[in-house]
Write a protein that binds this ligand. Sequence first.
Ligand SMILES: [Zn+2]
Length: 121
Amino acid sequence: MREENIRPEHMMQECAVLLSQDRAELLEWRGKFVMVSCPACGCFEYKAVFTKEGFHFVSCNNCQTVFINPRPDGALLEQYYNNARGLAYWNEQIFPTSEPVRRELIFRPRASRVIELCTNK
Ligand SMILES: [Zn+2]
């Protein structure tokens, strides 16, 4: 299987453009981003590790989980996931286009392996 089979290049480029626009629109709301504790352990102590595409990533001092902080609050995340054109493009265009290949080359072998593991002793 080639990556092109499940992620057609021309579609991935279109998706990347849309996702970039979605991120830019989300970042316009950065004034409403909130500081959060570590999503894995709840610790409020962390250190900055890098910034990517306008989002600041920190590493938890307790468990080293890396997460965005500050991040959009729940309402902004809901708005983002409900309206993100890049995510919609993935779900409505890329995934359906590649579904037959995914089914045959990814899901069917995995299901066969699970059946094999469950039936062999
Ligand atoms: Zn943690």
